[in-house]
Design a protein. Structure first.
Ligand SMILES: Nc1ncnc2c1ncn2[C@@H]1O[C@H](COP(=O)(O)OP(=O)(O)OP(=O)(O)O)[C@@H](O)[C@H]1O
Ligand SMILES: [Mg+2]
Length: 376
């Protein structure tokens, strides 16, 4: 049954923006109307003038059928609506052996029914193209907005980190002086050693953050993403074994894309690490890669069987410093998104209590995107 519905939706009703429910109800309604009219025509219920009017009403039926349901339902409706005309012409033809002049007037109706189906379908295609162009523009605007936000957040965070490092260095210098002065007092010297080691740790975190928030501009070259994913999986194989996690790659043949291999490894590493951390008792990560010829883009789904992301966190996971982990920085996904945006792509997420799926979309043909990180 499901297969039949899928088949009808794909081949008969075509992939259009209306929901299956709308398509089926409009199709059934138009079908029922046309049958009622045809039935009444056959019963000679209408006068000739009324019957003519009905022939015009058929145009509306075909228009709605094609507009909402696609070309083939429209074509079928045009054929059904032609039945009375064909019946009249056929009967007269059998009787007289030729098509009468009055029948000649009916013939264009039949032709126009099919023309309406074709024209409305064209009209639909044009509208759909315009719509998808508008959506693409919206997506690009949103992408630019996100990039601006990321640049700002990155610059502010890097600025703060930089400014904190200066006073820290001053404090460190003074503590070192004090530690040297009190080096013979056991208690004091242990305290200073502890303060110094904590200061050193803070400094190190800031240095790492500065390196992290200002990665090099992507240096792109043609790469095979499947190879990159395989490399990342093998880099993480020791950890996945310890955590009892299976990483499965279901890969289709992908075209080469221009991307920074190092940054791409970073992307998948972040996503795999998060997935592993969401499965403390083990589980499975499935990576599925595909290529859409229509959109000329590579689509990668990374699905885990972890605890999922609660709805209230879902909107914040790409924001810098958002973390739910004790030792997390909350920069992993922010960074991941930044890299993908710099490659002209998109990252999205869906999640439930049964697991999380990250979807990465990367265009094969990339326009030159402005670097989103300030150059080092
Ligand atoms: N696959 C996932 N399953 C469940 N939660 C996730 C998943 N991926 C991300 N998250 C949530 O998104 C938050 C942000 O992730 P992000 O990678 O940015 O930071 P983090 O992992 O907390 O820290 P870091 O990456 O620095 O270790 C995580 O703290 C977690 O709550
Ligand atoms: Mg992370």
């Amino acid at each position: 049954m499901n297969n039949l519905t899928d088949f009808l939706m794909k081949h008969f009703f075509a992939e259009r923006s209306f929901s299956p429910l709308v398509k089926i109800s409009v199709f059934l309604a138009t079908l029922i109307f046309s049958f009622i009219f045809i039935y009444l025509i056959f019963l000679n219920h209408f006068s000739t003038a009324e019957a003519r009017l009905i022939l015009y009403i058929f145009y509306l039926i075909i228009f709605y059928g094609t507009f909402f349901c696609g070309f083939w339902p429209g074509f079928l409706l045009a054929t059904i609506c032609s039945i009375p005309a064909i019946k009249v012409i056929g009967a007269n033809f059998l009787q007289h052996g030729f098509i009468t002049a009055s029948d000649m007037e009916i013939l264009p109706f039949v032709a126009f029914y099919y023309l309406v189906a074709i024209a409305v379908d064209w009209f639909r295609v044009i509208i759909e193209r315009l719509k998808s162009q508008l959506e693409e523009n919206k997506r690009l605007n949103e992408q630019t907005r996100q990039m601006e936000k990321l640049v700002l957040a990155g610059e502010i965070a890097a600025g703060i980190a930089h400014e904190i490092r200066n006073p820290l260095t001053v404090v460190q210098g003074y503590i070192q002086l004090q530690a040297a002065k009190h080096k013979h007092e056991q208690n004091e010297s242990a305290t200073y050693a502890l303060i110094l080691s904590e200061l050193k740790r803070a400094n190190q975190i800031i240095s790492e953050f500065l390196n992290f928030s200002r990665p090099h501009q992507p240096s792109k070259k043609p790469i095979q993403l499947t190879e990159i994913i395989k490399t990342t999986i093998s880099l993480m194989s020791a950890e996945s074994q310890v955590r009892n996690i299976e990483i499965l790659l279901q890969s289709k043949e992908l075209p080469f894309i221009n991307a920074d291999p190092g940054q791409m490894i970073q992307v998948f590493m972040n996503l795999f690490t998060n997935a592993m951390q969401a499965m403390p008792d083990g589980g499975k990560i499935t990576v599925e890669t595909g290529y859409s010829t229509e959109e000329d883009q590579i689509i990668i789904h990374i699905h885990d069987t972890g605890h999922g992301i609660p709805q209230e966190s879902l909107e914040r996971i790409f924001t810098p410093f958002f973390t739910t982990k004790d030792h997390g920085t909350g920069l992993g996904l922010w960074m991941t998104q930044a890299i993908i945006l710099a490659h002209g792509g998109l990252i999205d997420v869906t999640s439930s209590q049964q697991g999380t799926t990250f979807t990465v979309v990367l265009p094969v043909e990339q326009q030159d995107i402005l670097p989103i990180f300030p150059p080092n």
